[in-house]
Design a binder for this molecule. Sequence first.
Ligand code: CTP
Length: 391
Amino acid sequence: MLSGKTILVGVTGGIAAYKICELIRNFKKNGANVKVVCTPNALNFVTKLTLQNLSQNEVYIQEFDVKEWKPEHISLADEADVMVIAPATANTISKIANGYADNLLTSIACAYNKKMIIAPAMNCNMWNNQVIKENLSKLKSRGIEILEPESGFLACGYLGKGRLCSLDKIYNSVVEALSFSEILKDKKVIITSGGTIEDIDPVRYISNYSSGKMGFAIANAAKSMGADVVLITTKDFEAPYKIIKVKSAIEMQNALNDEFESTDIVIMAAAVADYRIKNYSENKMKKSSDDTLTLEFIKNPDILKELCEKKSNQIIVGFCAESENLLENAKEKISKKGCDFLVANDISRNDIGFASDDNEVTILSGSGECKKFSKASKATIARQILEYINE
Ligand code: CTP
C-alpha cells in the first residue's frame, strides 16, 4: 500500500516515543521506506538501535554528521513524500511554529514544504497553555495537520487531554496524505460549511447542529489537490487558504455571489436555515405574561437553487441531510435544485455525520447515477467526493 513512498518520521523527547516503534513497524510492513529523525532528547525514551532495526535505515540525530555534499536536513526534506512528527513535544511544536532550526529535526521542518502531520503529546496543563495554543494555530494556518491528543490518564500522573492520539489515526492520516494527486490544479473551488445563525434579538438566535467539519475536510482535500480554495463558513477554522466567516444565510449568499463568477466548482456543504426571523428585535425581547411565544419567520433564499439557475460552466454540488427515506428525498432534491451532484447524508445515525469525524455518503449525479462511499473519515470521504466529481 505504501510502496514507493518515503515517510519521514520525527520523534521528539516524550514518553509516548515508545509507541512510535509500532507505527514505524506498520509503515515498513506496508512497504514504505521509513527514515527516522530524532531529537537528542527522544533517545532518553527509545533507543537508536530499536528505531534503526525497525526502520531498516540509519537513524538521523546530529546535524553536522555530514556524509554527503548536500546537508542532511535538505536531502531528507527533499526525499520525503510525507513528514510525520510523533510524539511532538510542546518544545518542538513551539520551535517549528516560530521558525527555529536548532537541531536536525527542526531544521528539516523549516526546510520542508510538503505535507506535514504533527501528533502532539504532553501534560494537560501544557496542552492548555495559551502559548502552545497560539503556536498550534500558527502551524494549522500554514496547512500542517495537527492530530489532537486524546484525554485520559497521562504518564505524568494527571488525568486530562494530552495523550498521543491512536496509532491508527496517525497511520490513516499518513495514508490519506499520500493519496492525493494534483487533479484540481488551477481550479478555483468554493466550499460552504457550518450551520447558519439567524438572530432573533441581540442575545438569541436559531441555528442547527452542523459542525462544519465535512465542509472543512473538503476544503483541505481540495487544497491538497492543488485548488485555489475559498471556504465560506460560520465556524472558526484555521487553514492556508481564504476563509470568509459569515453568520446568516443572507451573509453566506452575499459572500458566494462575490466569488461565484470566477469559480470552477461550488460545494454547498453548509446547513443553511430555511427560514429567518421576520422581525428582528433590536433590543432583548422581554418575557411576557403569556405561557407561549410565537415567532414569525420568513423564507431564506435557496442559495443552491439560485446559483444553479445562474451558472455557466461551474460544477455545483449540493448536500442533503435526511433523517428518513434518504435516497428518495435525495433524488427529488437534486432535480428540484438543479445541481450537478448531490451528496446525501443520513443524519439519523449517530456514528456518522454532524459532529462526528466519520461519514458515509451516497453521491447522486444529475444524469441519474448513484455511488455510495462506505464509512470512513471525513478526510477520506472528502477526497472521494472531489475525485468523483472531477472524473
Ligand atoms: N441550501 C441552500 N439554501 C437554503 C437551504 C439549503 O443553499 N436556504 C442548500 C444546502 O447548503 C444543501 C442543499 O441546499 O447543499 C440541501 O439542503 P437541505 O437542508 O437538505 O434541503 P432543503 O432545501 O433545505 O430542504 P428540506 O429542509 O425541506 O429538506
